[in-house]
Design a protein around this ligand. Structure first.
Ligand code: F6R
Length: 609
């Protein structure tokens, strides 16, 4: 939600800010702006639309080595130049990621002192507040502002009388920093730091980073200097580039076999039997012995991975497992105690609702384990245990490789948990682990058939409504297929548990409506085929997805199109079928001429409620 960057160093700041904003654009892309210290003072340029539009507007005379940049996802106030960041008031120029919840009350107070905002944003109120508190001492002003501001924020601030210095502070929203020969850089996401350094730190909440071209000094609000905890990035620049693919999404779909292998490798200790091993993650078996209930909570695609995790864990462990949408869970009064394990799932590790759910679970005394992709993110840092997925940077707004890496993490947990609980023998787990180890190869086989999905997508392109149906694991995957399709193609779509269709929704199935039916699970295969016949009888255009070997009962004419995933144990079919659904969504979006990587109204990292 909004990308922010600050650069102070020996290169042309405006160019560095533009490069950084382009890398952060997936966080928000309705408007963008930069501010730089120049010999004429602080100069600001803003524009509505994408970063490329901002770049075209930059005056060449804007010579500077120090500035801040922002790419916006509108929350307060519509998409307009005046609402775009940076915001200025008196001595203060700042950019912000987050939401100031009490901005209305602050605005009223400030208005009484004669300060009237020109935009509709909460951020301008923060700039006004800071300016009212600033009398030459940045720390004093920040202390005063922190006392008054409610909500979430990451700020980069320039004071007009402190040339070539940027102050940063955060609460809730992310901010990472690095130093390099070229200068000092701060950003919302380490993706924008990769160009400068692989060593970085996360700015702790309520601490201040004073950024100059040679150093970043981190201080408590009282001025005590502290040493930040340094982290290393194991990705290189190419991981965050398109590498010849037309879109990030297509590249990330192709990266899934590797992402799964990377997620598996540190947890596959080959002994006599192949058992999942979490010793490098610091997750001991005690965690499992001591758990009588699991609650999984997350948002969107991560929550769909949790739905898969629930079925698997409950099936293998025989203990109650539930899945809750984090934005609901956080406002309920969940029944949790020290024997409950709450699993949080998040690619970014910064999703505001998931973070709040984590804090609530801890408050209630539950143990917390997070499945997170971004190292050092808030959710990872605040959880009792972290199981990192090693999917690498995911740039496309539509999550693909993070999803299947999250599934991998759930499979590992379920297998280990079932073994520790005595529900599966070492040999049974070892067999499952071999299956999981082979998933990457099976996914590669599906990727080799991508032209089939490309061709088939032509039939989906004109659709206005579309339905996904499935049972058990296939239903969980249907939910993911549906969100993927709707977010990037703008086709209305719904996922239904196939047996539920006849309780109302069947009335929407008319001639030609596409129905994507997933039937990869042998135990419910016959039931699924009956459901397919029901929609077929109402004229639906059926795309049936089955697994090699499960095709015996498929009669001629039961579907319009038939796709088959490679043979495997049924529990691994979601990995291969996921690729089919992702590719159908991808090609349909491309045929509709849409912005696949940055669909309208969305942003990748949702750090506001
Ligand atoms: C959909 C998608 C979103 C995210 C959701 C949670 O393709 O990407 O639904 O899954 O916003 O984000 P994270 O996983 O970062 O917590």
């Amino acid at each position: 939600m909004c990308g922010i960057i600050g650069f102070c160093g020996y290169l042309d700041a405006k160019q560095e800010l533009i490069k950084g904003l382009a890398e952060l654009e997936y966080r928000g892309y309705d408007s963008a702006g930069i501010a730089c210290f120049t010999e004429r003072g602080i100069e600001v340029v803003k524009s509505v639309g994408k970063v490329a539009g901002l770049e075209n507007k930059l005056p060449s005379r804007m010579e500077s080595g120090c500035g801040i940049g922002h790419t916006r996802w509108a929350t307060h106030g519509g998409v307009s130049e005046v609402n775009a960041h940076p915001h200025q008031c008196g001595n203060v120029t700042l950019i912000h990621n987050g939401i100031i919840e009490n901005y209305h009350e602050l605005a009223k107070e400030l208005e009484e002192t004669g300060r009237v905002p020109s935009s509709q944003t909460d951020t301008e109120i923060a700039a006004m507040l800071l300016d009212s508190l600033y009398h030459g001492d940045a720390l004093a002003a920040l202390r005063g502002a922190v006392d008054r501001l409610e909500g979430a924020y990451a700020f980069c601030i320039m004071f007009a009388d402190q040339k070539d210095v940027i102050y940063c502070i955060r609460k809730g929203s992310p901010l990472v920093c690095c130093s390099s020969e070229e200068g000092s850089v701060v950003a919302s996401d380490m993706v924008a730091l990769l160009r400068y350094s692989k060593e970085y730190f996360v700015l702790p909440e309520y601490q201040v980073a004073k950024v100059t071209k040679n150093t970043i000094t981190v201080m408590e609000l009282d001025g005590t200097v502290v040493s930040p905890v340094m982290l290393s990035i194991h990705w290189d620049m190419s991981a965050a580039q398109k590498n010849g693919f037309k879109h990030y999404m297509l590249k990330e779909i192709h990266e899934q076999p590797e992402a799964i292998r990377r997620t598996l490798a540190p947890r596959m200790k080959k002994g006599e039997q192949l058992l999942p091993d979490f010793s490098e993650d610091g997750i001991s078996d005690e965690l499992f012995w001591d758990t009588n209930r699991v609650v999984i909570t997350a948002c969107g695609t991560a929550m769909h991975a949790g739905m898969m995790g629930r079925i698997l864990m409950e099936r293998l462990l025989r203990i109650p497992v539930s899945v809750e949408v984090a934005s609901e869970f956080r406002y309920e009064d969940p029944i949790l105690d020290e024997k409950s394990l709450v699993i949080l799932v998040s690619q970014s590790g910064e999703t505001a609702d998931t973070l709040a759910a984590l804090r609530l679970a801890k408050e209630k005394g539950a143990k917390t384990l997070s499945i997170v992709n971004v190292k050092g993110s808030s959710i990872a840092r605040e959880s009792d245990y972290v199981l990192y997925t090693h999917a690498g940077p995911e740039i496309a707004v539509a999550s693909t490789k993070a999803y299947t890496a999250q599934l991998t993490a759930f499979y590992l947990l379920a297998f280990r948990f079932a073994y520790v609980a005595g529900k599966l023998s070492a040999q049974e787990v070892s067999e499952y682990m071999k299956g999981l180890d082979g998933v990457g190869e099976l996914m590669e086989k599906v990727l080799e058939q991508k032209d089939k999905m490309k061709e088939l997508s032509k039939r989906l392109t004109p659709a206005q409504d579309l339905f996904f149906i499935g049972r058990s694991l296939d239903y969980a995957l249907s939910c993911e297929g549906s969100i993927k399709l709707k977010e990037i193609t703008y086709i209305h779509s719904e996922a239904y548990a196939a047996g539920e269709l006849k309780h109302g929704t069947l009335s929407l199935i008319t001639g030609g409506v596409p129905v994507i039916a997933l039937a990869t699970q042998a135990d419910v295969f016959a039931k699924m085929i009956s459901n397919v016949k029901e929609v077929r009888a109402r004229g639906a255009m059926v795309i049936l997805i089955t697994k090699e070997g499960n095709t015996a009962a498929i009669e001629n004419g039961i579907c319009d199109e038939h796709l088959v995933v490679p043979a495997s144990d049924d529990i691994f079919a979601p990995f291969t079928a996921a690729i089919i659904l992702q590719l159908l969504a991808y090609y349909t979006s491309s045929y509709r001429g849409l912005d696949v990587d940055q669909p309208r109204n969305l942003a990748k990292s949702v750090t506001v409620e």
